[in-house]
Design a protein around this ligand. Structure first.
Ligand SMILES: [Zn+2]
Length: 329
């Protein structure tokens, strides 16, 4: 039986630009043809580049990558539709299309400039990962300036993101930066592609306290399929299931989702080959004893619910106070 799948993070755009392939049929982990096998499929496509490798302004690179994504989606309109909101996702799914969403991995792509967030909002981006692996003008990262938290500019940047209905993504961030974002207390926080540090001691992963803190904001944590963050598993999903069990024990039923890092890493857990292996993961979860209601949350609904919540918060902000009162809200 086909399943529904909502994934919060892939690097397919930058991979395709590197290889010259299109989104429809590509030799990496993801393409639209394989995505068509799900009963419903929503995918965040992240813009990404390594800022150490070029002197070109990040925003110019982001614009080029985003243009590629929009061009590919337009050329494959019978398979996929670009979506900005939860309602867009629902509509795409009803029409039998893949729902493609936009994320930005690394604030360098916005030149680390709060004034550029307007551009990201116009593009329909719904999250910005504050750092990639390099420290930047906003914060230290998990592996570069790991003791450095948010700068003043970093705080201004996060404030502006919330103001435009864009989630701050704390995957890749330093621990100090993470707690600074939580400390601002401005709204839901996402870790789009990170696993449990208690089970695999990599600084890219989240401690139990971090996971709980994200849950308290109403945010989400997307499990990453990269073997270096999951841990050795002998080719089955036993180790990834331990991460799921662990986060569920921390109260993660409404927090946990997936952000597979497909096309962003070389070695996947559980012998996965790409998107086509997700149904096998679903089966492993079902055999492990998770019921269908829980699996629907993890595999689709938790991301959708968070999007709907920030959409509603944005709409409420735009509604003049007297109209809200007339409707008795
Ligand atoms: Zn990443």
């Amino acid at each position: 039986m086909p399943i529904a799948y909502f994934d919060g993070h892939c690097d397919t755009v930058s991979r395709c630009l590197r290889t010259g392939e299109g989104l429809d049929r590509a030799g990496g982990h993801i393409d639209l043809r394989r995505g068509g096998a799900f009963s419903a499929y929503a995918q965040f496509f992240a813009l990404f580049y390594d800022s150490a490798g070029t002197a070109e302004a990040g925003l110019a690179i982001a614009a080029r990558q985003r243009e590629f994504l929009m061009r590919e989606l337009a050329a494959n309109g019978e398979r996929a539709i670009f979506c900005r909101t939860a309602e867009d996702v629902r509509r795409a799914v009803r029409r039998g299309r893949i729902a493609a969403l936009l994320g930005i991995e690394g604030a360098e792509l916005l030149d680390c400039d709060p004034a550029r967030i307007d551009v990201a909002a116009d593009w329909g981006a719904r999250y910005v990962t504050l750092t990639w692996n390099h420290a930047n003008a906003l914060s230290g990262s998990n592996c570069d300036g790991a003791d450095r938290g948010l700068t003043d500019r970093g705080r201004a940047f996060v404030r502006e993101l919330y103001g435009r209905g864009i989630l701050p993504d704390v995957s890749h961030l330093s621990d100090a930066g993470f707690w600074d974002v939580i400390g601002l207390g401005l709204g839901p926080v996402a870790a789009t592609h990170s696993d449990s540090r208690a089970l695999c001691g990599h600084p890219r992963n989240l401690t139990d306290a971090m996971f709980r803190a994200i849950g308290e904001t109403g945010g989400v944590v997307g499990l990453n399929f990269y073997r270096a963050f999951v841990g050795p598993d002998g080719g089955d999903f036993s180790q990834l299931l331990r991460h799921i069990d662990h986060f569920l024990e921390l109260g993660g039923e409404d927090v946990l989702c997936f952000g597979g890092d497909l096309d962003g890493c070389d070695a996947l857990c559980g012998g996965m080959r790409g998107l086509e292996s997700v149904p096998r993961l679903y089966d492993a979860c079902a055999r492990h004893g998770y019921d269908r209601a829980l699996l629907e949350k993890l595999f689709f609904q938790n991301w959708l619910r968070l999007l709907a919540r920030i959409d509603a918060a944005g709409a409420a902000k735009k509604t003049p106070p007297h109209e809200g009162r007339q409707r008795g809200q």
